[in-house]
Design a protein around this ligand. Structure first.
Ligand SMILES: [Mg+2]
Length: 361
């Protein structure tokens, strides 16, 4: 089955409330949707939600690189996807998120052509997985309300975004969330906002607080792999790498430097092919895996749900984008009930676009 062409464009999705992290604030989510068509008439859907501070790609970069990648793979055989993805990586080494979106579209087409749901292709481990929900860096009152609402909805894992510039406030924030959601385990994400020393001091205080914290993610700058490993080495709480691990090569570098207890994979960083490589590396190194996402559409989240259900490789799932969206542009890849995803058993991703009139602005 020969790849014919890519059609692509930006779609917009309104959020329930602004999404705030130590790296910025967004009111509306954008998804760059890719529709791949093959000569046989089979089509595939992919999507890109770039995060510039993670992969260096802006939406303008995506708009430029995806059509280039489309031209590059035109005429190739979908069944040769592994070779195609390898060639894409060599030709467009820095187009991480752009390649990720194209990989999704190719795999969706492959699944449809072979009448195979992708989660079954990737191992068929389990049809359901559970996600956490993120408490963003809004005011403490908003955080308290978000945590209360999550507790009432039966969410059992809460991910709290932290700003390391205010460690005392952050301890207070974590305690507040725990008070209103006492049954939830807590995952902390610092998004690079601590120094090595401030992270170590923070972990000491946190340890004395006896809070149900199971993860402290990306305390220090993404480039400071040595510092990240140093924080992880003496930490009483598992430390995770997110922004420090974009590619499988980054994961190798981290593991060779001593590693962290957890690695957070995101399709927008490594793509599907890179994610499968990182899973293999971390499994053999005994590193716990988390699967995260950007604020993305039902296509990107769908691909992540298929990967999580298929491989069964992830202890923690941070796939709460659908909970943040007031309206999604795609549906069908999964159903979400509270925090439980059930993957579609339709061929490919099982995702379809909702009519365009709802998502043009
Ligand atoms: Mg993170």
């Amino acid at each position: 089955m020969i790849i014919n062409e890519l059609r692509a464009g930006i779609r917009y999705m309104p959020l329930h409330s602004p999404f705030v992290t130590a790296k910025g604030r967004s009111e509306k989510a954008r998804s760059y949707v890719i529709e791949l068509s093959c000569e046989s008439g089979v089509t595939g859907l992919g999507a890109v939600s770039p995060a510039q501070y993670v992969t260096g790609e802006s939406m303008e970069d995506i708009e430029r690189s995806v059509p280039e990648i489309g031209n590059f793979i035109g005429g190739r055989e979908v069944d040769d996807y592994e070779a195609v993805f390898g060639d894409m990586r060599k030709a467009f080494p820095l187009a991480h998120a752009a390649r990720a979106g194209v990989e999704m579209a190719v795999m969706d087409a492959w699944g449809k052509a072979h009448e195979t749901p992708l989660w079954r292709h990737w191992g068929g481990a389990k049809p359901e997985v559970e996600t956490d929900q993120t408490i963003s860096l809004n005011s403490l009152d908003v955080a308290r309300e978000e945590a209360k609402r999550a507790a009432r909805a039966g969410i059992r894992q809460l991910k709290i975004k932290l700003d390391g510039s205010y460690p005392r406030d952050m301890i207070h924030r974590i305690r507040t969330v725990h008070e209103v959601a006492p049954d939830a385990v807590l995952l902390l994400d610092a998004n690079q906002s601590f120094t090595v020393n401030s992270a170590k001091a923070f972990l000491e205080i946190l340890d004395r607080e006896q809070l149900p914290v199971v993860l402290f993610e990306q305390p220090v700058d993404a480039c400071n792999v040595k510092g990240l490993v140093e924080v992880a080495a003496d930490s009483p709480i598992p430390v995770g790498a997110d922004e420090s691990v974009v590619t499988p090569g980054d994961c190798r570098t981290l593991l060779d430097a001593g590693g962290t207890q957890v690695v957070n994979i995101k399709l927008m960083k490594s793509g599907l092919s890179g994610a499968l490589e990182i899973i293999g590396m971390c499994r053999s190194a005994g590193v716990t895996l988390m699967l995260g996402c950007m604020v993305e559409s039902g296509i990107g989240t769908g691909a992540a749900v298929h990967l999580a259900c298929g491989t069964g490789a992830f202890t923690w799932l941070d796939l709460d984008a659908p909970l943040l969206l007031a309206r999604d542009i795609a549906e069908g890849a999964y159903t979400l009930n509270g925090s439980i995803y059930r993957v579609s058993d339709a061929p490919g991703l099982g995702a379809r676009l909702v009519p365009e009139e709802y998502s043009k602005t």
